[in-house]
Design a protein around this ligand. Structure first.
Ligand code: GDP
Ligand code: MG
Length: 440
């Protein structure tokens, strides 16, 4: 994560509301981070426009913590573009399932063919690899080696038979698979170093001839800004049903994933992460989102932001107490706040001088919050602001309204008064002596 982005989120975290200037600053840094991750410029523009619009909407201004909300929006939008849920390989109703690979030379097609064959074998399938790359002298050989490593069968033209026709090899291969009862077929094809009309046509012809269930476009994650043009060329020239992102073990940040998914709308199905045949993973949109924006760091920042927020809240409460305005409404708000944070201990830990107290709350019962809430909700607003209004008959009515006993109500009021006293001591800067907190 760029230091600047870190800084931006740090600045955001203490703000209650986001101004358009805050949002613009943040969006600028997100743009920079995406460009750093090699996401294509057009994609970055669309993406940041969407984030900006959502960040300025009510959804964020009403949020408990706007900075956190913005991070969430960024994360959500990234995941949405990357395909939302993970997509799996689609198998044909009537085998064999035909999977064709396409992509530039060196993108990792042949290696992926071996990886996929191995995985299919492991899952109990009977894959057949078809060597339809007859462009390079060594290509068939390479696939043979890979097939052997994967323990998978291979269909290849006879060696020394002159230049074969890859379209025919592919078609014959699928025919062979049908006869030999292979339930899956992986067609390896040729690619050139750059987008090439002739090879694109060859791939399109192989597609037409074999009518694959999946056409997987294999792209090197290190390709950078060229990702968009390459992906578009293959979409127009061959079209594909899914994407394989290769060489993710390198230090590519994965910007290509966002670019390709964004401009083609096709799901990324696999992540190829090494030269070994076991280095294959299903693609996880959420993990890739984290990788692109280094969201691990951002999540840490959110936690810090959350803490800052807690401290702010604690300070507000303390200030209120100092001026003796702490009411049952505040008490309830605090309780709800604590529930939201999932931990009362954490909240108390934020209060100065109360770190040691946390232990006393180890056996804190969360249902207690429910009971407290029920009682306070049964009071009138005036009573919540001034407990002196709570006479005997009022306490009985409240108890009935909340489905509790008068003793429960009395205990709550007592606890509230103790808490108020304790908080007041904290507000004055003292270390409180806390009666009754252990039972809270
Ligand atoms: P093809 O021309 O598209 O068939 O690409 P290849 O499968 O021959 O791969 C080209 C080079 O990239 C080879 O040296 C592979 O070992 C290497 N390669 C392929 N996939 C990966 C990967 O996921 N990670 C790494 N580090 N190298 C890979
Ligand atoms: Mg190859």
């Amino acid at each position: 994560l760029s230091d600047r982005l870190t800084e931006t989120f740090r600045n955001l975290r203490t703000k209650g509301k986001l101004t358009p200037a805050d949002v613009d600053g943040t969006v600028r840094e997100i743009r920079r981070a995406l460009l750093d991750a090699d996401v294509a410029l057009t994609v970055v523009k669309d993406f940041t426009a969407k984030v900006r619009e959502r960040a300025l909407s009510d959804e964020v201004n009403r949020a408990l913590n706007p900075a956190q909300q913005v991070v969430q929006i960024v994360n959500e939008e990234l995941i949405a573009i990357l395909g939302g849920e993970q997509r799996r390989l689609q198998f044909a109703k009537n085998p064999p399932t035909v999977i064709m690979l396409a992509g530039l030379q060196g993108s990792g097609k042949t290696t992926f063919a071996g990886k996929l064959a191995k995985q299919l074998e492991k899952d109990g399938h009977t894959p057949l690899l078809i060597a339809a790359d007859l462009q390079r002298p060594n290509a068939v050989n390479q696939l043979q080696v890979v097939a052997e490593q994967a323990g998978a069968a291979i269909y290849a033209p006879e060696p020394g038979n002159g230049v074969g026709d890859p379209v025919r090899v592919a078609r014959d291969g699928v025919e062979h698979a049908r006869r030999a009862q292979h339930d899956t077929v992986i067609i390896d094809t040729a690619g050139r170093l750059g987008v090439d009309a002739e090879l694109m046509k060859q791939a399109a012809d192989i597609r037409t001839a074999t009518d694959p269930d999946e056409v997987l476009f294999v792209i090197d994650a290190m390709i950078g800004q060229d990702a968009v043009n390459t992906a578009k060329a293959f979409q127009d020239g061959v079209d594909f049903t899914g994407v394989v992102l290769s060489k993710l073990d390198g230090d590519a940040r994965g910007g290509a994933a966002l670019s390709v998914a964004s401009v083609t709308g096709r799901p990324i199905i696999f992540a190829s992460t090494g030269e070994g045949l076991d280095d294959l993973e299903p693609f996880h949109p959420d993990r890739m989102a984290s990788r692109i924006l280094d969201l691990g760091d951002i999540l840490t920042l959110i936690e810090q932001a959350q803490q800052a927020f807690d401290e702010d809240e604690a300070r507000k409460v303390a200030e209120k107490l100092a001026t003796e305005q702490f009411t049952l409404e505040d008490f309830l708000e605090q309780m709800q706040q604590m529930r939201k944070m999932g931990s009362m201990k954490k909240m108390l830990g934020m209060l100065p001088g109360m770190g040691q107290m946390k232990q006393q709350l180890d056996d804190f019962d969360e249902r207690e919050i429910d009971r407290t809430e029920a009682i306070i909700r049964s009071m009138t607003p005036a009573e919540r602001r001034n407990t002196k209004l709570l006479n005997g008959s009022r306490r009985l009515r409240i108890a009935n309204g909340a489905g509790m006993t008068v003793t429960d109500v009395n205990q709550l009021v007592q606890r509230f008064e103790q808490a108020a006293k304790m908080m007041k001591t904290v507000a004055r800067g003292g270390v409180p002596n806390i009666p009754g907190m252990g039972s809270m």
